[in-house]
Design a protein around this ligand. Structure first.
Ligand code: COS
Length: 379
């Protein structure tokens, strides 16, 4: 066992840190307030190879490991969690599954442009009445011989408006329950496919979250990934990896809030000395440091297991459960340390607190992570 990062991993982390400071920090408050998607910044992230980080270079990716992905996600999320969720979905929820289970033709057509960041990918599993209970898919993909007829509505889809390539989960054989679910590749512009309203959210407000409507959309059979009925298993496996990305996002939100608090506590004076000299603040900083370090190690362990080809379902659930709680706890305390300044936008920590909440909800709520962990330990 070694806790040493490679030179390449350090270089990736530093590049992500520099990008976040130079490209994402300017305007982050305004983008959050006015819900402006960071188009230019995401384009540059793609050019730097951050949108297809783990994809084989022969499919347009950067061929990096999952550890590097965690390091980059932490750095980007410290500054702009709206940009990092776009990055996470593109990498983990779109590219991973197409590369792992797609045919060569599917990879050439669907993976290459998304891994290069020329197009954005999205992953459509959640529905108005199917979030945690993901097997209850109401979206139907009716088998019509050479194509599927897709009908239904998806909700809360990240990159929903700006993506052009979508992974859509739908039920084909309801009598088979989850074993009758399929996974289809759907392109924006297909007749009958409409992007619905953009959500006005509490946090990650600059990210692009939409409902999607499908009305008699003809999806060619060749757009199905894997065998008939593979869709639910595909979704679950994809989310196992997605949770590493969101855990790293939560870690970044926490460490971003911590760094701001540490700096502020050394500048702000109260009762004749810097507030960092008061034990009440020191205890908060110490607690933040401990849980952030633990969250980081859990994220890196899950990433390491994935890179080794070992089972990471439990590790990614543990990392997401713990890191998202850390994000919530740390950002609340960061606002407290900043006092009145923490409650206004200029100091960033109120945004980080609002951003933190979603990490306990999407890609499996904290309650779902506990189910996954409990099932694994009781196996
Ligand atoms: N990894 C791989 N396979 C998994 C899995 C995982 N983490 N969790 C479940 N599966 C498989 C099971 O092995 C089972 O396959 P078989 O029938 O071949 O044995 C199948 O999926 C169905 O699983 P199960 O019977 O456990 O289904 P349940 O409905 O009881 O519960 C949970 C499944 C709750 C774990 C699942 O619905 C879930 O993860 N929900 C949350 C979904 C989510 O994250 N939504 C967020 C939207 S995306 S932003």
């Amino acid at each position: 066992m070694t806790f040493q990062l490679s030179e390449e991993q350090i270089a990736v982390r530093d590049a992500a840190r520099e990008f976040a400071q130079n490209e994402l920090l300017p305007g982050v408050i305004e983008r959050d307030e006015h819900q402006i998607f960071p188009h230019e910044q995401i384009k540059k992230l793609g050019e730097l190879g951050f949108l297809g980080m783990m994809v084989d270079p022969k499919y347009g990716g950067s061929g990096m490991d999952t550890i590097s992905y965690v390091l980059a996600m932490e750095e980007i999320s410290k500054i702009d969690a709206s940009a990092s969720v776009c990055m996470s979905v593109n990498n983990s929820l779109f590219c991973w599954g197409v590369e792992k289970y797609g045919t060569e033709e599917q990879k050439q057509k669907w993976l290459v442009p998304v891994a290069k960041g020329e197009k954005l990918g999205a992953f459509a599993l959640s529905e108005p009445e199917a979030g945690s209970d993901a097997t209850s898919q109401k979206t139907v993909a009716e088998d019509k011989g050479d194509h599927y007829l897709l009908n239904g509505t998806k909700n809360w889809i990240t990159n929903g408006g700006n993506a052009s390539h979508y992974i859509v989960i739908a039920q084909t054989h309801p009598e088979l329950t989850h074993k009758g679910i399929n996974v289809l590749l759907v392109e924006k512009g297909m007749p009958g496919f409409v992007v619905g309203k953009k959500e006005n959210k509490l946090g990650i407000r600059a990210s692009d979250t939409h409902s999607l409507m499908f009305q008699d959309v003809k999806v060619p059979k060749e757009n199905r990934i894997g065998a008939d009925g593979f869709g639910f298993k595909f979704a679950m496996e994809t989310l196992n990896g997605g949770r590493i990305g969101i855990a790293a996002q939560a870690l970044g939100i926490a460490s971003g809030a911590y760094e701001l608090s540490l700096q502020y506590s050394k500048e702000r004076k109260a009762f004749g000395k810097e507030i960092s000299q008061h034990q009440a603040i020191q205890f908060k900083l110490a607690d933040m440091e401990v849980s952030i370090e633990a969250a980081r190690l859990l994220c890196l362990k899950a990433a390491w297991l994935k890179d080794q080809g070992l089972d990471y379902a439990k590790a990614s659930a543990i990392a997401k459960l713990y890191a998202s709680q850390t994000a919530m706890d740390t950002t609340i305390e960061a606002v407290q340390i900043h006092g009145g300044y923490g409650y206004v936008k200029e100091f960033h920590v109120e945004r980080l607190m609002r951003d933190a909440k979603i990490t306990q909800i999407y890609e499996g709520t904290s309650e779902i992570q506990r189910i996954v962990i409990a099932r694994e330990i009781l196996k």
